[in-house]
Design a protein around this ligand. Structure first.
Ligand code: HEC
Length: 176
């Protein structure tokens, strides 16, 4: 077999030229592309309209809520959970739900304590489906607990925030 086979670079000078070329040729191509794309730029209202149109096009993707299963879970606040899953009944008092901020409607229930209310919520009570109709894979017990605290606080309840579940050691290390 010949040593010459397929070897384009035969001298140090050629090597230097090749290194430079492989670095600058793509740069020049990119610069050309940038000028080419930039030349289509519009000004003022046109540009805004174009940006808005582009936003509309990517909206379905932009709105996707990608969950990184390997990353540490980000818990929602009680208020967020309430708005997402509880307000549909508890804002209006639909189906006899005790209303948000209605101290009268809540006073007797608050006596059940945080644990009592939590167990009503998790098991379901009267017209309220178990977990307020949410799924445990979507909303954790901890988040439901925060929603209970938030909802109770609106009506004078003073429950402590539930404790965040233990984060696995590796997830913690990753988050650092
Ligand atoms: C489909 C309507 C509906 C949804 C959604 C809903 N609730 Fe309720 N909730 C009710 C009704 C109705 C009651 C009253 C049940 C009863 O006492 O018969 C109630 C009662 C409660 C109580 C008092 C339980 C007790 O022991 O007196 C708590 C706490 C509560 N809801 C929290 C929540 C939270 C937090 C969410 C959101 C995660 C939620 N609910 C979602 C309808 C709903």
């Amino acid at each position: 077999m010949s040593e010459e086979h397929g070897n384009l670079i035969k001298s140090p000078k050629q090597l230097v030229v090749m290194v430079f070329a492989s670095f600058f040729v793509p740069l020049i191509i990119i610069a050309f592309l940038m000028v080419y794309v930039g030349s289509g730029k519009k000004t003022g209202a046109d540009a805004e309209a174009a940006a808005e149109a582009a936003n509309q096009l990517i909206k379905p993707v932009a709105l996707l809520d990608f969950k990184d299963a390997s990353g540490p879970k980000v818990f929602k606040t009680g208020e967020e959970i309430y708005k997402q899953a509880c307000a549909s009944c508890h804002a209006s008092g639909a189906a006899g739900a005790p209303k948000f901020g209605d101290a009268g409607g809540w006073s007797a229930r608050l006596g059940r304590g945080y644990d009592g209310l939590m167990s009503s919520l998790v098991k379901g009570k009267g017209a309220m489906p178990a977990r307020g109709g949410t799924s445990p894979s979507d909303i954790s017990d901890y988040e439901l607990g925060r929603a209970v605290v938030y909802l109770a606080a609106s009506a004078g309840g003073k429950f402590a925030e539930p404790k965040a579940p233990e984060v696995k050691a590796e997830a913690k290390a990753e988050a650092k």
